[in-house]
Design a binder for this molecule. Structure first.
Ligand code: FE2
Length: 300
């Protein structure tokens, strides 16, 4: 009988945790705030809204309402580090939900979930780091998500496409030089165009997945700030221990949040890794890792 009660209690605890993890992933959105001292002295602070890994399904109304509410934060700049879509018909609802933010200066790169629909995989592949599409840099692989529609919607509103490209914006008097790469998780990143513009007031590197080769290149190229997503903060965090996996080669300790990255002979770059605000529709669970957007206040 005691064993039976133990099994019943364990099952109830497991189901309760699973239920809570679903609620956390789909309802418990949060805006995190960090400050990074990356501006030259005398420059006005800039508020940067970092969005990532939205993985939108059209029916996700709480997420869409929360995304709409972010315009009230009145950021000076929006950085979107990819994985916007979970289905081909998600572009229109995504763009509608971001309408208020598309009026703000912005930049973006794509992740695998802007090109390829998510696939059902075994739960154990999550813990072994094997989730997501692996095309090994094969550019010719047919892409079933309407990423060109998404690109057009963003660029028509003035956001800069940084997929293997550079761009510049002047925001509140600060001249910012951006360098971006296409998704490193797909090995679509081209790192041969990276030297950052030394004449700008600030250099920012942008990537979907924070693979070390990309972070090393951005740091060596002189970017004071690097922004990435992809990790989902591990999705399931153990309180006091943190993320179990990062789904790339960055260490667990930098699975999400504001950290630094440094290569020998170079000053450290600030590195913000967003835990993102979505999940694959096949694994709609988060624990101790709420879906997030981040306001980074850049100061002198
Ligand atoms: Fe993602």
């Amino acid at each position: 009988m005691a064993l039976g009660r133990l099994l019943a209690a364990t099952t109830a605890l497991g189901l309760g945790t699973l239920g809570y993890s679903y609620i956390e992933a789909t309802r418990r959105f949060v805006v995190r705030e960090f400050t990074a001292p990356v501006l030259p002295a005398g420059h006005e602070p800039l508020r940067v809204l970092h969005l990532s890994d939205i993985h939108l399904l059209p029916g996700q109304l709480p997420k869409r309402e929360w995304l709409e509410s972010l315009a009230a934060l009145e950021p000076d700049l929006v950085v979107n580090t990819g994985d916007n879509l979970a289905r081909a018909d998600s572009v229109a609802p995504l763009v509608a939900s971001l309408a208020g933010l598309l009026d703000v200066p912005g930049v973006f790169v794509f992740g695998s979930n802007d090109y390829f629909s998510p696939k059902l995989k075994s739960p154990t592949s999550y813990l072994s780091g094997g989730t997501g599409v692996d095309v090994g840099g094969d550019w010719s692989r047919p892409r079933d998500l309407p990423f060109e529609d998404l690109r057009a919607a963003f660029t028509q509103q003035g956001w800069l496409d940084l997929n293997n490209d550079r761009g510049e914006l002047t925001v509140k008097g600060t001249h910012i030089a951006f360098t971006g790469v296409d998704d490193p998780h797909l090995r679509f990143d081209r790192l041969d165009h990276l030297p950052a513009d030394a004449t700008a007031d600030l250099r920012i590197g942008v990537a979907h997945a924070p693979y070390l080769r990309v972070l090393d290149s951005f740091n060596a190229a002189g970017n004071e700030l690097i922004l990435a997503g992809h990790t989902h903060g591990g999705q399931l965090q153990v309180p006091g221990f943190g993320a179990l996996v990062t789904n790339c080669d960055i260490d667990r300790g930098r699975a999400n949040g504001l950290h630094t990255h440094r290569t020998p002979g170079h000053d450290a770059s600030w590195l913000h890794v967003s835990a993102g605000c979505g999940t694959s529709p096949f694994t709609p669970f988060r624990f101790s890792c709420r879906p997030e957007a981040t306001v980074l206040t850049l100061t002198g």
